[in-house]
Design a protein around this ligand. Structure first.
Ligand SMILES: NC(=O)c1ccc[n+]([C@@H]2O[C@H](COP(=O)([O-])OP(=O)(O)OC[C@H]3O[C@@H](n4cnc5c(N)ncnc54)[C@H](OP(=O)(O)O)[C@@H]3O)[C@@H](O)[C@H]2O)c1
Length: 228
């Protein structure tokens, strides 16, 4: 059975991914900051026939990342999805604290989680590392605004591209996936043209078809290559 771990699983794209992987028959480790408040995940877990566990993880907190590793031990993880992210800080005005927090959660967090769980990936059959990035990571198409978010996703892309090269020797494949504009708490209104469910279906297909040829390629949920 495929084991999938996703961060930020309590709402939005992360919750839709958890739902669809459970429906496909996978074992899902759904990580979120506050399990006690994760009502949708609790319902999903209760209906999963024991295939879904909820685990605490704040990707900005090294103690929390180490506790997750302690709880998982050597358990193989086939698909590790770095989905958790924020976008609202230091958005209209460049401001140091919001910028640093955005970098910490969106860029450093996924790198630390991936490094900490590298051995769990290595021990699995599929060995797939996923980063949910954004078209706003693109330098060539950058229009301005949301500077902290753009910089954080560009840093995430750069780091994950590096891991796709460095960890290839372990057989680890890295998917760098731009989810499109998705109806979640992060994005609303007309800009968000797809539902979290449609997005998750696309992401899951891209993850399923990931090969050494597409490892480290920046692409969207439909498989269209995005510009760096
Ligand atoms: N929606 C879009 O159109 C869009 C476009 C491009 C990229 N993305 C990316 O897609 C990913 C998911 O976004 P979404 O649209 O589903 O947004 P969302 O509904 O706002 O969900 C964000 C998730 O990240 C979690 N999170 C935030 N900070 C965290 C931390 N320090 N540790 C662990 N979890 C944390 C949130 O948990 P809490 O509930 O505890 O805050 C929540 O589960 C993000 O990386 C985002 O940048 C989204």
């Amino acid at each position: 059975m495929t084991t999938v771990l996703t961060t930020g699983a309590n709402r939005g794209i992360g919750l839709a991914l958890a739902r669809q992987y459970v429906a496909e028959g996978a074992e899902v480790i759904a990580c979120c900051r506050v399990p006690a408040k994760a009502d949708a995940l609790k319902e999903l877990s209760a209906a999963s026939g024991g295939r879904m566990q909820i685990m605490q993880l704040d990707v900005a907190d090294e103690v929390s990342i180490a506790s997750l590793k302690g709880a998982l031990g050597d358990k193989p993880i086939d698909i590790l999805i770095n989905n958790a992210g924020i976008s609202g800080l230091s958005a209209d005005r460049i401001e140091a604290e919001g910028w640093m927090k955005t970098l910490r959660i969106n860029a450093l967090g996924p790198m630390l989680v991936s490094q900490t769980l590298r051995d769990n990936l290595r021990r699995s059959s599929e060995k797939k590392l996923v980063a949910i990035t954004s078209i706003m990571a693109s330098t060539s198409t950058a229009t301005g605004g949301k500077y902290a978010y753009r910089a954080s996703k560009a840093a995430l892309n750069n780091g994950m591209r590096g891991l796709s090269r460095e960890w290839a020797g372990d057989g680890i494949l890295v998917a760098l996936l731009n989810p499109g504009w998705v109806q979640t708490e992060m994005v609303s209104g007309e800009a968000a043209y797809i539902s979290a469910e449609e997005c998750a279906r696309g992401l899951i297909s891209r993850i399923a078809e990931l090969t050494p040829a597409t490892s480290g390629v920046f692409q969207d949920y439909r498989g269209v290559v995005s510009r760096w």
